[in-house]
Design a protein around this ligand. Structure first.
Ligand code: NAD
Length: 487
């Protein structure tokens, strides 16, 4: 007899240029968050699979042609990979939506934009230049930038293909080899991407993907003695844990972690524009972005009018099937996160915050099966409440009132995080002053959630270490060697 599970497609791992079944022989279900039903089985990797992948990547680094190849040739292969992603964007978007419930239209748009990271770093590959140093010794001293070796990339489920693409092309362009581990909830697009690796011309072992749970396969990748760099995107708690593991072997790390970003509206702002920005900042991707503007700080004079506009605009958002072009808000990506978001809504109520909108599952019949939560707005929040301090990672906005700029800055910075901040004002002098005072890796003025391959991105404080994107992004994957030549 065939069980429901046996009929699902089985997704294997990609190691050393081959599709590989997990050593354990075990697979787990990946769930479509719109239907709450499994749609595929994913290989449950463990420490022996991690070892196999790191060894394959190490062999490709030490014995294969990748590192020795002229960087312009490496760049051409990375560029070709970007073109293949562009050609397969719609197919990849469909898979991403099945895995994490993001809107299909949004994913098509995002995945068509992703190749830019591959093109950008392809172009940088042959521009990594060293220097000749003015030297006070009878020798020629020069330095060059070299790859690190095996780089491990661990990413979360909220934007799987996008977040791995902030690491992969930069690491490759620098001459490294890579082992990727997608989140257990969303492994399918990373695996689909591997179907394009050979076509692009990468030698075997240069890019590998292992799948499974963090503790079982992720941690062995981090602690593996041949791993030289750990690029992690995920929660601050996991990031701090992996940082301590990497420290034991003095491994390089880049950490892109959580946030509790303030979005600050002054009374001279274009309020309609600010409403659109605030809504996009917190309800885009159902609030499941590290840069979610989850704390709304509004100047007292416009507080009531702004909240009214905001609630009316948010209430009109269509919630439902992420594949329907008219849908503006889809489901939460997985059951665990859904439970967590509803838990925080309860906490906010108990803390005395006032519910202005949402706060529950939607009533629409279309939302009956999936992990849906209505866009939720609380007012009367103070910055000491848990709802203002802890990352919800869902469509929950906490509104705080302020009087003066200094007070707004103090509230905005009173957080352990420092990933991003938004600012809505017509006063450019104030905007510039505040962009200095805000403790955040990105500050947006009269805009929100803009990210580009050209512009460094990363966190202050507990939001991370290191930067992705732009020229800074490739430096994470290089080390400098000084050479002294004397006759
Ligand atoms: P998470 O930390 O639970 O998991 C992230 C990844 O780490 C997953 O692949 C998971 O399997 C793996 N992992 C978990 N435990 C591990 C362990 N012990 N060893 C090795 N790997 C392990 O985070 P999440 O819930 O999947 O993602 C949401 C978080 O990610 C939020 O905090 C969000 O702010 C953050 N995030 C940050 C950025 C950024 O760029 N700063 C971007 C997106 C998401």
């Amino acid at each position: 007899m065939t069980s429901r599970t046996d009929a699902l497609p089985k997704l294997d791992m990609y190691i050393g240029g081959e599709w590989v079944a997990p050593a354990s022989g075990e697979y787990f279900e990946t769930i479509d968050p719109f239907t709450a039903k499994p749609w595929a089985l994913v290989a449950r990797g463990d420490a022996s699979d991690a070892d196999r992948a790191v060894r394959a990547a190490h062999k490709a680094f030490t014995e294969g042609p990748w590192r020795r190849m002229h960087p312009s040739k490496r760049g051409r292969i990375i560029h070709r990979f970007g073109e293949l992603i562009e050609q397969h964007a719609d197919e990849l978007a469909e898979i991403e939506v099945r895995d994490n419930g993001r809107l299909l239209a949004e994913m098509r748009h995002q995945i068509r934009y992703i190749p830019n990271w591959y093109y950008y770093y392809a172009g940088l590959a042959d521009k990594i230049e060293g220097a000749v140093h003015p030297c006070d010794k009878p020798a020629l001293s020069f330095s060059r930038h070299e790859p690190l070796g095996v780089c491990v990339g661990i990413v979360p489920w909220n934007a799987p293909l996008f977040l791995l693409s902030l690491k992969l092309p930069a690491a490759l362009a620098a001459g490294n080899t890579v082992v990727l581990k997608p989140a257990e909830h969303t492994s399918a697009t990373a695996l689909k991407l591997m179907e394009l690796v050979e076509k692009a011309g990468f030698p075997p072992g240069v890019i590998n993907v292992v799948t499974g749970y963090g503790k079982e396969v992720g941690e062995p990748l981090v602690t593996h003695p041949l791993t030289r760099h750990v690029g992690f995107t995920g929660s601050t708690a996991t990031g701090a844990h992996l940082y301590s593991l990497a420290a034991k072997d003095v491994k390089r790390v880049s950490l892109e972690l959580g946030g509790k970003s303030p979005n600050i509206v002054f009374d001279d702002a274009d309020l309609d524009n600010a409403v659109r920005g605030v809504v996009g900042g917190i309800f885009g991707a159902v609030g499941q972005t590290c840069i979610a503007g989850s704390r709304l700080l509004v100047q007292r004079k416009v507080h009531d009018a702004f909240v009214e506009k905001l609630a009316a605009f948010s209430k009109s958002a269509r919630i439902g099937d992420p594949r329907n072009a008219a849908t503006q808000i889809g489901p939460i990506a997985n059951r665990m996160q859904y439970d967590k978001v509803l838990g925080y809504i309860d906490i906010a109520r108990q803390e005395g915050a006032e519910l202005v909108l949402g706060g529950k599952r939607p009533d629409e019949a279309e939302c009956a099966e999936g992990f849906f939560v209505e866009p939720t707005i609380f007012t009367g929040v103070n910055n000491d409440m848990r709802i203002a301090r802890e990352e919800v990672f869902g469509p929950v906005l906490s509104t705080i009132v302020f009087d003066e700029m200094e007070e707004a800055v103090a509230i905005a910075n009173d957080t352990e995080f420092g990933l991003a901040a938004g600012l809505w004002t017509a006063n450019m002098r104030r905007a510039l002053r505040m962009s200095e005072l805000l403790e955040a890796g990105s500050v947006w003025v009269n805009t929100y959630r803009d990210v580009s391959y050209t512009t460094p991105f990363g966190g202050y404080k507990k939001s991370g270490i290191g930067r992705e994107n732009g020229v800074e992004g490739i430096r994470e994957y290089l080390q400098t060697k000084a050479v002294w030549l004397s006759t």
